[in-house]
Design a protein around this ligand. Sequence first.
Ligand code: PMP
Length: 369
Amino acid sequence: MIYLDNAATTPMFEGAMEVMRQEACCNFYNPSAGYHAALNVSKSLNEARKTLLEKLGARKGDIIFTSGATESNNLAIFGSVRGGKTEYVFSGGEHPSVYNTARALQDKGGVVHFVPLGKNGQIDYDELEKVINDRTRLISIIHVSNETGAINDIKRVTLLRDKLAPNALVHVDGVQAFCKIQFSLDQLGIDLYTISAHKFGGPKGVGALYVKNKQALKNIVYGGGQEGGLRSGTENVAGIKAMEWAVKNIDVGANFKNTELLQKIFLENLDKKITWLETDSPYIISLSFPGVNGETLMRALENEVIVGTGSACSAKHAGNRILEGIGFNKDKIKSSLRVSFNAYQSQDEVTKAAKTISVRYNEILEKVK
Ligand code: PMP
């Protein structure tokens, strides 16, 4: 069985598993306790913060550990909300953990703007420029689309912020970008950045929010005041240290190159009737199978190749907000599947996967004719 749904989650590194076991066994102390053994755990969490900041290219700022990207996104958005005449800007291409949070903010009376997507899957920068103004408090734009692999030009977003709303915060959901594409938060001028460990070989249920200036954010959960008061609750130490192991052991540049090659080989081996949306991240690609229902094909393939019908969270909902936003018609959306690679897969694996997908596609096409 070949796994090509790495945007949903990735297999954990053996090294990260070993770290988790080691931490759970030998460093189980509560990092907030006052005795020596606990202080060592607290120090070890601070080392993990440093590792993350370094990989993110941030010299200033803090890392707030969370239970994953969904929580980080909620904290970034609801933690930024202020009263008065404030407005909030989101792209139409956000993951449900941002999109539904934005909708919840709207339901509570917040003034929320959704910026449409262009045909290439990126946000429409002209439309973005139109909605940013001096009332804008937060602009939240996904870095790499979990549906299409489109990479948004975040520098362009922060430059628009600098010009039109210098006091606004820029939040970026970087789940499909961190440890996959090269960037530096300092260079991009980002205030808040979301990451999730299980998308890059770490465990599920652990992630972080980078916060450039803690004063700009308010806590959304109340409790013992851990994580500088921004995220109460005892930290998932074993998970955090395993995430740190993954971060330390990933060579982003080499992995990117290898994944580019894997994607190229995969596409070369697909049946010519199959089309795809060209985007910049080699890790994710949205394929269309003319004349065939994507879900039928996904099930037919299940014992040989695992692919996705889109983000796991949106797979349960009818239609696809993001593909619709790019301008795909209903038939094209129904015939779409998402393939997402892991840099550590072999060329043979992806070649075999492409050939198998093509055979099953043609079989179904014959049947429905
Ligand atoms: N944002 C994006 C872009 C994602 O792909 C995902 C995972 N599907 C999430 C947020 C949610 O991540 P988590 O599972 O850590 O809550």
